[in-house]
Design a protein around this ligand. Sequence first.
Ligand code: SF4
Ligand code: SF4
Length: 434
Amino acid sequence: MALEKIKYDAEHCQRCSTCKWSHLWEIKSHRFSRNCPSLVYGNYDAYAAQGKNDIVTGLLAGELNWEEHKDTLLEVIYRCPVCAACDTNCKRIMDLDIIGVIEALREEACEKGYGPLPAHKEFITSINQYDNVWKQPRTRRANWAKKMDIKDLSKKGETAEVLYYVGCTYAYKPGFDTVPKATAKILKEAGVDFGIFGAKEICCGGISDNVGDVKSFKEIAEKNLKMFKDAGVKKIITNCPGCFMTFSEKYARLQKIDTADLPYTAMHSTQFIEELINDGKLKFKKNVNKQVTWHDPCHLGRRGEPYKHWEGKRTEYGLFDPPREMNRGVNGVYEAPRNILKAIPGVKLVEMERIKDYSWCCGSGGGAKSAYPDFALSTSKERIEEAEATGAGTIITSCPWCEANLSDGIDGSGSKMQIGDILDLVMESLDLKD
Ligand code: SF4
Ligand code: SF4
């Protein structure tokens, strides 16, 4: 039973509400002091982490049952972008594994045959049939790369130092192929020896794990791990924070090893580009006179930390036996994109009130946008309001899910803000734009 794994955590919730707010010393205004999008939208404790803990204890004690409350339980469990703000905030005081609680609830829903939701099943069926989440033919996966003369590492004998993994959304979503095209041009400009898997690339499987379909996730992960092994991949870079986190954290967790012990290193493109800048391999040429604000994608930030495997038990006062180094959300990828923005001449970075480990989610993750679009929109509108308050004209991010949902937030709130990917600015300053 999935819930047994996190029994300690759920039972030791103090109902202190720390998971719902930015910490007092971080709050800059009442308007932007909240941290849990699920609670803000649902306006009822069950949607917050402490409510989810109560649901676990209720289910384990037999005081709550799925059969009677299935619809309500599914809504509470899935109307949440798994942004981990609650997990990070709770760990500042209680060291409870709240993301583990949410994931276990989703796994339990799937084990019972109630989850995932119909909108999620569409994604999973699409992955099974087409190897991508967008129901697109495999043959179109590398259309963006036509005439770009990029190595195809899925071909026998072809090798490169770096695998550039594109991901389903950048490969297929209309209007998003500018990002892989820009990435390839930037890597070439820096002289990086890289290749792609072309039409053979398949989904990372992160979405399956996010919605609790562990079986589907394992199958996809095993296929990818074999492809990486067969191609001798030592370094993977990807633009999508979901893919980055999946290769770095989820594949390590699945194999019960540390991220550091994976046979490859997975990097987000902002980390890799920051290195290229620091090594003098990319030199900015043009001024980009823009005032921008940076939106931290949750899968890059709070959820982007390397995984450290631990097996053991919690003893008196919650001590870990053997000792455990926990992920706390503070060691995610926060500085690389900011350092890139600061290095581009002319760009002025102005920060929102909730940033880094306190960042407000865009609202799209964990299957929330496909199943609950109104919730996702409402969450993104709050982020746009926060971005507007900085005075910046443009919100910059580096995630296809955040970009699409924040773009909807701009439209939905009638904002005049612009939105863009960080690589747009890099390309402009490198003078690589067509
Ligand atoms: S911060 Fe942790 S202990 Fe406090 S209510 Fe939230 S989940 Fe429970
Ligand atoms: S993951 Fe995010 S939205 Fe879900 S309960 Fe935690 S803070 Fe709220």
